[in-house]
Design a protein around this ligand. Structure first.
Ligand code: SF4
Ligand code: SF4
Length: 411
């Protein structure tokens, strides 16, 4: 894989205040502008047969791939893709090993059997022996401690169904198939079932798309383009075979990755597929139905980076939550990364924790519930609130809207 063109960068620095790692460190090398300069130096070193200055590699690797810089950049410099391309090249050149978390993710998320194994592991983490192991691991700190804190926040899973086994298919209208994703499929199955109900109510026919795989976002971010491409090809075929007019994602990270399959696979089938992908918040519409009665809870929305920056979706989630009867309170820095960023909170636990603390510290006191649209953010913010001694629950917006509909007897 070759470098991504960043020559349009005019070094204006407009991106600096949007960059989460720069906000934490104040270090130019950990800003988008700094990384553009470092990437040029690193590609030259690679072309000369070297592996580049280790401190420059670390500064590039501390990028969250959150795309906040791209949203504000007047020259549309694709910093995220540039960082991904660099990581992929260094993996291919043998200069780095994939992180253990990425290798484990490939093991669990590629097949239904693997997802069920992951689900059993997640289920064990909720039993007394699992809880004790997580508490002990959390004290170790680092990657193991971060994983344990996230694991402690997993929901109580009912049985061992995967998402597609709980979805009620059918309805009238354009054919929409849900993209389940790895964590949503194995852990947050109820959210997928609820999303299907919201889509049916919005006038879609929900159809199955068997054989789908992980979206590959986690692997693209760490440089494992080969794995990401293999899964992308499988997904394109599965949804094509399902005759889906629309593909609905409930995880922001998945949706953003699916919308970039044209870039990843560079073929027409992938470009046609990506044109059909929408986040569920773009498809769920209640038309002429009047808003639901007011509810007592005040909701603060966290904008997942891959929803807000990569897909430009912010207002849709707020409109749906408000329509369902909740009161909204604006969260300052609602779209600043929480530190989750795929596997980042496992590969860079110190920076991820700094961002997590920053995030929960700015949560308005009036908030009774946090709504988000990405399972990684959900777990990361939940763990941060627990660490900060705040019991505020965190939920997917789909579940909040579904609960309100259920209370009115509409689902
Ligand atoms: S990446 Fe964009 S916003 Fe940042 S310094 Fe370069 S041109 Fe300016
Ligand atoms: S993608 Fe995010 S972390 Fe990386 S340089 Fe841009 S704003 Fe900073």
């Amino acid at each position: 894989m070759g470098p991504v063109d960043t020559s349009a960068c005019v070094h204006c620095g407009l991106c600096l205040p949007s960059c989460p790692t720069y906000l934490v460190t104040g270090d130019e090398s950990e800003s988008p502008r700094g990384r553009v300069v470092l990437l040029n130096q690193l590609w030259s070193a690679l072309d000369a047969g070297g592996s580049g200055d280790p401190s420059a590699v670390r500064a590039v690797d501390s990028c969250l791939d959150c795309r906040a810089c791209e949203e504000v950049c007047p020259a549309h410099v694709p910093v995220g893709h540039a960082v991904e391309a660099f990581r992929a090249r260094t993996v291919q050149a043998g200069h780095r090993r994939l992180p253990l978390s990425a290798r484990q993710a490939a093991r669990y998320f590629g097949t239904e059997r693997g997802l069920r194994r992951f689900q059993r592991l997640a289920g064990w983490s909720q039993r007394p022996s699992g809880r004790a192991a997580l508490r002990a691991s959390a004290r170790v700190g680092g990657t193991l401690g971060a994983a344990a804190l996230l694991g402690a926040g997993l929901p109580n899973m009912e049985g061992s169904r995967l998402a597609h086994e709980g979805v009620r298919f059918g309805g009238e209208g354009p054919r929409v198939a849900l993209f389940y994703g790895c964590v949503m499929d194995s852990v947050y199955q109820a959210t997928a079932a609820h999303a299907a109900d919201l889509l049916r109510l919005s006038g879609y026919r929900v159809v199955a798309a068997p054989g789908q795989a992980c979206c590959g976002a986690l692997h693209t971010h760490v440089g494992d383009t080969g794995q990401a491409r293999a899964w992308a090809r499988r997904n394109v075929s599965s949804f094509e075979a399902a005759g889906a007019e629309w593909v609905a994602a409930t995880a922001a990270g998945c949706g953003a990755a699916l919308k970039e399959y044209g870039h990843l696979l560079e073929d027409d089938a992938a470009r046609q597929f990506q044109a059909t992908v929408r986040d569920a918040a773009e498809l769920v519409r209640f038309g002429q139905r009047p808003p639901l009665p007011s509810r007592s809870q005040v909701v603060a929305v966290h904008d997942a980076c891959h929803l807000a920056h990569a897909q430009g979706i912010r207002q849709e989630v707020r409109d749906l939550v408000r329509w369902a009867g909740y009161t909204l309170v604006e969260w300052p820095d609602a779209d600043v990364c929480c530190g989750s960023a795929g596997l980042y909170n496992l590969t860079h636990p110190t920076m991820a924790e700094a961002l997590q603390q920053r995030k929960v510290a700015s949560l308005p006191v009036a908030a009774d519930v946090v709504a988000t649209s990405n399972p990684g953010c959900l777990l990361q913010i939940q763990a941060g609130l627990r660490r900060a001694g705040r019991p505020t629950p965190v939920a997917h917006w789909v579940d909040l809207v579904w609960e309100a509909l259920q209370d009115e007897g509409l689902v």
